[in-house]
Design a protein around this ligand. Structure first.
Ligand SMILES: Cc1ncc(COP(=O)(O)O)c(C=O)c1O
Length: 368
């Protein structure tokens, strides 16, 4: 009997699938009793308007299948596109899985669809490619994490079906130049899509969405887990030309977004002060962290996101463990290509970033 395949336990058992270099998906441990700086969440909590909207939910709204027109319209307005260019998803993770299923499924053909993934990358791209039966074509990182445009172009073949890009990238925070996205979109086979994951676009202050009318083979993925602080409600969106989204719509369960997430998103989008304040704090936090790294002689990569990748070096394990003992969770990214000895730290609320800096400094410098 074949082993069961799921998003949490992907086994590349689909005919034609190749094992990925990454093995099985390891979900981060459930750590909720300290300061969570390891998953790029908004550690300040969501907007109070979201809580009010959830409290206003009526029993009938919960007993009926959810309507999506109003929230889709609001979301389309936020992105500046028409509603038929938006697909709401149960977290961007679901959107990535749906894109993988839509474009990387082998579906009885002998061809093995290929997904190009420039490294280091959001690890889910690997697992979802394997689940769909596709083959990962990894593009190694440049020394300074500059986008490897020429290498991505060289990796394109007649079997390429998805190019996964993240802008700004996770875990580096480094941007992908729009010109590179345009060139890649022009170079892939006609059956392929370029997926631009913009989970952190609010922090960068730019998006490829306005360019979509000229690039009908590009799908942009967005999440409301990060800047809007809705991670536990699970809501994101895919944006693209209706035709490129059609196969993806088929791969998403009809009512995958629940009513709580839908009303929460409408309330969150309406609270522009909340977003403005968080973005301001993220900016200030990054400056604090950069200054600390300069003081401590640590290499870091200036980030367009709400986190920063920092090279600790040989003492990485000590810093991660020492921070955890002090109640602060940091993400060890050492096993990612090009990230040896590196941790990733969320730089959101200033007081939380300061606490993260303090514990790193305490562990490295031995202060109490
Ligand atoms: C690049 C990237 N894409 C997608 C996601 C997942 O977003 P969501 O919480 O909406 O599933 C994350 C979350 O960490 C991410 O970093």
């Amino acid at each position: 009997m074949k082993s069961k395949t799921s998003a949490l336990n992907p086994q590349p058992s689909t005919p034609g699938a190749q094992p990925t270099a990454k093995g099985q998906y390891e979900k981060p441990p459930e750590l909720y009793d300290g300061l969570r700086l390891h998953q790029n969440e908004n550690t300040g909590g969501c907007s109070p308007r979201v809580i009010e909207a959830l409290a206003r939910l009526r029993p009938d709204q919960i007993s009926f299948y959810p309507p999506y027109t109003a929230v889709t319209n609001d979301c389309a307005g936020y992105f500046g596109v028409s509603p038929d260019s938006v697909v709401l998803v149960n977290g961007l993770d679901e959107g990535i899985m749906a894109v993988s299923v839509a474009y990387l499924r082998t579906a009885g053909s002998r061809l093995v669809p290929e997904a190009i993934i420039p490294e280091p990358a959001f690890e889910i791209f690997h697992f979802d490619t394997a689940v769909a039966g596709g083959r990962v074509v990894s593009v190694p990182p440049k020394k300074d994490f500059r986008f490897a445009e020429a290498d991505v172009l060289a990796a394109i073949t007649s079997e390429t079906r998805v190019v996964f890009l993240t802008n700004p990238n996770n875990p580096t925070g480094v941007p992908v130049p729009f010109e590179a996205i345009r060139t890649i979109a022009g170079a892939v086979p006609k059956e392929a899509v370029v997926f631009v994951d913009e989970a952190y676009a609010e922090f960068a202050g730019r998006s490829f969405i306005p360019e979509l009318p000229s690039f009908p083979n590009v799908i942009v993925g967005r999440t409301f887990s990060k800047a809007y602080g809705l991670a536990a409600l699970r809501i994101g969106a895919l944006v693209g030309a209706p035709a490129v989204l059609d196969p993806v719509r088929y791969a998403i369960p009809v009512y995958s977004v629940n009513i709580a997430a839908a009303v929460a998103l409408q309330a969150a989008l309406a609270d522009t002060d909340y977003l403005r304040d968080y973005l301001r704090q993220v900016k200030e936090s990054k400056q604090l962290l950069y200054a600390a790294c300069d003081r401590l002689g640590l290499t870091y990569w200036p980030s367009d996101a709400n986190f920063v990748l920092v090279r600790i070096g040989d003492r990485i394990g000590e810093v991660i463990d020492g921070a955890r003992e002090r109640g602060v969770y940091l993400r060890n990214r050492s096993t990612e290509p090009g990230c040896e000895g590196c941790l990733r730290i969320a730089t959101g609320l200033v007081e939380h970033t300061q606490r993260g800096i303090d514990v790193i400094e305490e562990v490295l410098c031995g202060a109490a």
